[in-house]
Ligand binder design. Structure first.
Ligand SMILES: CC(C)(COP(=O)(O)OP(=O)(O)OC[C@H]1O[C@@H](n2cnc3c(N)ncnc32)[C@H](O)[C@@H]1OP(=O)(O)O)[C@@H](O)C(=O)NCCC(=O)NCCS
Length: 159
């Protein structure tokens, strides 16, 4: 069932909850990497150069996404939906909010990157209008158990 949560921008006081949500959601990657995806210190550092949009339902954090302006493009990362509420359209909603944010800010495109072994993700992002835009090595990816690289995906916001 779709959920009608409220979107707001995170502040430093949200760092612990964001880190917990991201780490829980990214357990999806635990079969090829060990350790947490992030921690509150890293989230606070990211809040110094970008924004986290949060989706809350009854004061509970359900989903988040990190957005960072890089020139005229928007980098999107850490899209995370609570494991118990995945598959209900919250990820799609966060991606729409990110796109609205990007358009308001005048960005020409949104960029994201995924680990190549997450084969379920390119079809997910393609449905949202993203296309593959190349690959990138991931030599410093922490805790990986197998060789990995990134797949870059982008969505143009220009007509
Ligand atoms: C990837 C992720 C953000 C998707 O969010 P989500 O809220 O589960 O996805 P949505 O409900 O918006 O799904 C969108 C589409 O994918 C399908 N889908 C995704 N996850 C599904 C699930 N668990 N069950 C059923 N359908 C699912 C939906 O059918 C939907 O298709 P539709 O729009 O044609 O109906 C979420 O699963 C997640 O947080 N994963 C772990 C962290 C992660 O991998 N982040 C991305 C890193 S790049």
């Amino acid at each position: 069932m779709p959920m009608d949560g409220k979107i707001r921008r995170a502040g430093p006081a949200d760092a612990d909850n964001i880190a917990a949500l991201v780490n829980h959601a990214f357990l999806a990657e635990s079969w090829f990497k060990s350790g947490d995806r992030t921690n509150p210190e890293q989230v606070r550092a990211l809040l110094g150069k970008g924004v986290f949009l949060l989706l809350e339902e009854a004061a509970q954090l359900m989903a988040c996404v990190y957005l960072e302006s890089r020139g005229d493009r928007l980098y999107l990362g850490m899209l995370s939906v609570g494991q118990k509420v995945q598959g209900r359209g919250l990820g799609r909603r966060m991606m729409q909010e990110a796109e609205d944010f990007a358009r308001r800010a005048g960005h020409v495109a949104i960029d994201l990157r995924i680990v190549h072994v997450r084969e379920e993700l390119p079809p997910y992002y393609r449905k949202l209008g993203f296309v593959e835009a190349g690959t990138e090595p991931a030599p410093d990816f922490p805790g990986v158990k197998i060789p990995i690289h990134f797949v870059l995906m982008s969505k143009s916001l220009q007509a």
